[in-house]
Design a protein around this ligand. Structure first.
Ligand code: SF4
Length: 196
């Protein structure tokens, strides 16, 4: 498997913010978002057993599998092996590709390409670009059953790399949420804290 990096840190975003976790970042993505700030292209080859062994060296039993797009490489056998040693598996996906069965928590951060109708997600985390952006259309594209039952909805201000613009987007995100309270705010707290 092509692994970009592994590390232990706190989950910085979304529902599990603050949770200690082992991060497995797969290399490669099927999309080319213009605002992508993840350096995921380089990789080291690791077998499934090597990944499980590396993850098991640390105390957290929450694993965040991310990318790139993890669905390009994640296998049923890796999911099963991680469960066998006691991991709670969270996957962060753009929602365009099928995932193995049995993942404990799926965080979908949709981009420009449509999310698969059959994706079983627990959390929808939409990057908000400021006033004029309409995150509701992501909900309209989901099957109604998923959008109504227990789906956590997060808006996360887009990091433009420009501090002034970021402040404006943050204010506009909060204003949007106050008008549309089914959404909650997700911040990239790892960036604020200066951790990975
Ligand atoms: S889906 Fe995510 S990792 Fe892939 S290009 Fe877009 S922002 Fe980058």
């Amino acid at each position: 498997m092509r692994v970009n990096e592994t590390f232990v840190s706190l989950q910085g975003e979304g529902f599990f913010t603050g949770t200690p976790a082992f991060f497995l970042r797969f290399s490669g993505c099927n999309l080319r978002c213009p605002f992508c700030d993840t350096q995921h292209q380089t990789f080291t080859e690791m077998s499934e057993d090597e990944i499980v062994q590396e993850a098991s060296r640390y105390k957290p039993r929450h694993i965040v599998i991310t990318g790139g797009e993890p669905a390009m490489q994640l296998t049923q056998s890796l999911v099963d092996k991680l469960h066998e040693v006691g991991f709670f598996i969270q996957v962060e996906t753009n929602g365009t590709l099928p995932l193995p069965e049995g993942i404990d928590w799926v965080t979908c951060s949709p981009k420009s390409s449509p999310v698969r109708k059959d994706l079983k997600m627990n959390e929808l985390k939409v990057l908000y670009q400021g006033l004029g952006d309409d995150p509701e259309h992501f909900l309209e594209s989901l099957p109604k059953r998923r959008s109504r039952r227990g789906l956590c909805l997060f808006l996360q201000p887009l990091d433009t790399g420009d501090e002034e613009r970021n402040r404006i987007i943050l204010r506009e995100t909060i204003a949007y949420i106050l008008q549309h309270p089914k959404w909650s705010l997700s911040l990239q707290t790892h960036k604020m804290l200066g951790i990975k």
